[in-house]
Design a protein around this ligand. Sequence first.
Ligand code: SN0
Length: 315
Amino acid sequence: MKHFLSINDVTDLNQLITSGIISKRNPFGDADLGKNKTIGLLFFNSSLRTRLSTQKAAQNLGLNVIMMNVGQDGWGLEMEEGVIMNGDKAEHVKEAAAVIGRYCDIIGIRSFAGLQDREKDYREIVFEQFKKYAEVPIVNLESATRHPLQSLADCITIEEFRVKERPKVVLTWLPHFKALPQAVANSFCEWMNPMNVELVITHPEGYDLAPEFVGKGQVIYDQDKALEGADFVYGKNWSSYNNYGQVLTSDPSWMITEAKMSLTDNGKFMHCLPLRRNMKVADEVLDGPRSLVIEQAANREWSAQAALREILIGM
Ligand code: SN0
């Protein structure tokens, strides 16, 4: 694997999931693979799990890790080509990416959607530019449209906890007063599509995701109906794709409670975190036996390790 930007970079999903599970059992089985190599982790936005789990996974593989909050500590980076740089951006990505590429053998980047300009966000300019100018493998630590390390951890978690050959997996929109990106939801759909699951997506009208991510997922606007018989309920808030970046509703009846979970087939609850308790999900669900959120977050270490291992093997 050259880059890890989306599911399109994965040649064998089952093998990648298995690799994560093997690392979980034996974290230091490839402790020399990254020896004398350096990964740089660049954050334009906040992070807890991604930052710590990716660093831990890299260290398990013997990689040296350097990190920078580029959004906070770096020069403002101009991403567009051919512009007159007379604004607040002091450095161009052409130089910045090329320089970082000299210090690092792999670069991980987090850069969220701006949620102002859909065409710009979905063009993934930050990743395209780093890919072009850094000349080393790039790892997506959540881009404007995707969060593949989260999705791989979700696949590992579903593989570990499924009790049926083909579980019903329901992605449900959750209420929030803030505008959040579609990245986690997009990516989850993109990774569930090739899995042996029945994928159902439920959200209020106006929250439809881009069709290229929905794929063969079935959209049901009635949340109660969608939750019927679910084995996994995957919660996430996102802002509108069609009315780009808008919060159209924060209807509290979409919050996941025990009453909602009782519609499922003894379903488990999943969320990528962070999440706002009693806004998106009730305490009773998060503090009860149905919640997999901590297991999921723990699996971020193994999804990162599986992805970095694949990149190192291909170098
Ligand atoms: C991010 C998102 O993409 O939705 C990161 C998830 C891994 N989430 C948030 O920004 C939550 C912010 C909030 O205030 O609830």
